[in-house]
Design a protein around this ligand. Structure first.
Ligand SMILES: Cc1ncc(COP(=O)(O)O)c(C=O)c1O
Length: 353
């Protein structure tokens, strides 16, 4: 396959469009800016280490007691605590490819990783259950999965959880839950009562548009939440972040309308990619996965030269976040030019994977 110059042919090169980090394309609502500005007047003081108001707001929102909610500086901080709880020498089972932070955490914390390959871009829960042994202290499930966007329904999760020993913690990473438009009810939270070894992680970084402020949360059994709270750094969630998250919860209806726009873009962009012959799994997140194999690197470079940043997994594929309609149009135009230039014969066969 030829890698030709000229990805911007016919289009004027403009600013870089960041479609690599699964962020919300929408800036903060005025009430959120006001909450941040108001709390910035007190930054000579430490923030509330217990995140009392945010904890209470989340407990109300999800109908759980406040001692079942842990707040962290992004869900990354809570994932770190979860891996720490497993402890050095333990084994963690997770799917691969999935969120790239899992192996990084395991590596840093002396935890052995058991990576279970996805089957057709979806978690292979039966194989994951088979890999659980006496040393397995943690299973992480990313649902919808980053980077493939694929979703596991509650029935499959229940059947899996029935096979996990109660001594093994299961962390369900639902960073993209708000983008799910299949019937999922409360998602993993609906399973927490029946499975006390299950914790569910969510974030304000994606649907709530607060990636730059660093707030995430976890819900689980009070006993586990107490241990995880001890493992997170004190004062890690700033006062502006706490206030913005409380304000975002109050604005949930407006923010979820924005999410619906992203879901509509997801349908539109995927349909255009399919029409261009790409294989794109149905995504329930704010990104799409193109399993391009060896073409991933050249494709990413082509898009970069067109001013579009994607997340490239060399030799595997690329993940493109859904941005504003104009960013998505720019991406589709670059993709189409690449397709015509590099693989015209595949335009009709749809053989490019
Ligand atoms: C699956 C998944 N989990 C967790 C995170 C971390 O999000 P944050 O630390 O911003 O809450 C991300 C970020 O991209 C993610 O993709």
């Amino acid at each position: 396959m030829r890698e030709a110059a000229g990805p911007t042919a016919g289009a004027s090169r403009t600013v870089t469009r960041s479609l690599s980090r699964n962020e919300s394309p929408h800036g903060p609502l005025p009430d959120i800016v006001a909450a941040v500005a108001a709390s910035s007047r007190d930054v000579n003081r430490y923030p509330d280490p217990a995140c009392t108001d945010l904890t209470a707001a989340l407990a109300r929102r999800h109908g759980v007691a406040p001692d079942r909610v842990a707040i962290g500086a992004g869900s990354c901080a809570l994932l770190q605590a979860v891996f720490q709880l497993a402890g050095p020498g333990a084994t963690a089972v997770y799917a691969w490819r999935s969120f790239e932070y899992y192996p990084i955490l395991a590596g840093h914390l002396g935890i052995q990783s058991e990576r279970v390959p996805l089957a057709d871009d979806v978690h292979d829960l039966a194989a994951m259950a088979d890999r659980i042994t006496a040393t397995t202290r943690l299973v992480v499930i990313c649902n919808p999965n980053n980077p493939t966007g694929t979703l596991l329904g509650l029935d499959r999760l229940r059947a899996f959880l029935d096979r996990v020993p109660p001594t093994c913690l299961v962390a369900l990473d639902e960073a993209y839950f708000e983008y799910v438009d299949e019937p999922m009810g409360a998602g993993g939270l609906a399973l927490c009562d029946r499975y006390p070894n299950l914790v569910v992680l969510r974030t304000f970084s994606k649907a709530y548009g607060l990636a730059g402020l660093r707030v995430g949360y976890l819900i689980g059994a009070a006993r586990i939440v107490a241990s995880l709270r001890e493992m997170t750094l004190p004062f890690a969630v700033s006062a502006p972040a706490q206030h913005a998250a409380v304000a975002a919860l109050a604005l949930e209806d407006v923010l979820l309308m924005r999410v619906r726009q992203t879901i509509a873009e997801r349908t539109r962009v995927r349909a255009a990619l399919l029409a261009d012959g790409f294989a794109v799994p149905a995504s329930q997140a704010n990104f799409l996965w193109l399993g391009l194999g060896e073409n991933a690197g050249p494709f990413g470079s082509w898009c970069a030269r067109a001013g579009i940043e994607l997340r490239v997994f060399d030799g595997e594929g690329v993940r493109v976040s859904l941005g504003s309609p104009s960013d998505n149009d720019a991406f589709l135009a670059a993709v189409h030019r690449w397709r015509v230039r590099n693989a015209p014969e595949l335009l009709t066969t749809g053989a490019l994977r």
